[in-house]
Design a protein around this ligand. Structure first.
Ligand code: COA
Length: 177
């Protein structure tokens, strides 16, 4: 099979959802999310759902992001139905690369594409799991530790770290209270 390349990233289509769920189940065995959640985000913010396809129809990677209120990441596996009218950040819900394709900087172009979508919103936020803060810090994210966030992170496990990246030049906002 041809190795995936950074240039192969494209927008997700509804037909990609089964392959995406197959990869999600392998990468996140402890964080199940159902088909309705993936279809919800694709419908609400199609420009924020990206896939890196392989020639056999499976996916080497995917990335999902959409606008949120900055300190209110939605719980896992929830259908939103609509985006908040007062969104002030882009939320990177997930970036996942199949284990056999990691370490090739394949996630980077997708993250850069998502960060460009965050420009009008002023910031990007995410919940880092599996000890990935150093990966995210490369893109300018910093950890935010605040008691008000801890409950919201409960479904992501004990090692979850909330991270924020202000869009360069954006006006600084207050904390989560
Ligand atoms: C985090 C992730 C998206 C990075 O994707 P990637 O395309 O492999 O990213 P990079 O090639 O830039 O590698 C990032 C780091 O992964 C580590 N890495 C390198 N090769 C690796 C491999 N074969 N397997 C696992 N990790 C590897 C290295 O520490 C590397 O950092 P370095 O470049 O400073 O050495 C990917 O590892 C992944 O999907 N992980 C599981 C899901 C996840 O944690 N998603 C983020 C949730 S917040």
């Amino acid at each position: 099979m041809k190795a995936p390349e950074a240039a192969d990233w494209r927008r997700m289509e509804p037909g990609d959802v089964p392959a995406l769920m197959a990869l999600s189940a392998i990468v996140h065995p402890d964080f199940y999310e159902g088909e309705a959640m993936f279809r919800d985000r694709l419908a609400l913010f199609p420009e924020g759902s990206l896939v890196l396809p392989l020639t056999d129809g499976s996916l080497a990677a995917y990335a999902i992001a959409y606008p949120v209120r900055r300190f209110a990441p939605p719980p896992l596996d929830t259908v939103l139905g609509r985006l908040p009218a007062d969104a002030d950040a882009l939320y990177i819900h997930d970036v996942a690369v199949a284990s056999e394709w990691r370490g090739r900087k394949l996630a980077e172009p997708a993250v850069e594409r998502l960060l460009a979508l965050a420009e009008p919103l002023g910031a990007t936020v995410l919940v880092s799991v599996y000890g990935t803060p150093p990966f995210w810090m490369r893109f300018g994210f910093r950890p935010v530790d605040d008691p008000a966030l801890r409950d919201k992170l409960a479904s992501y496990g004990e090692e979850a770290v909330f991270m924020l990246r202000e869009t360069p030049g954006a006006v600084e906002k207050r904390g989560p209270h």
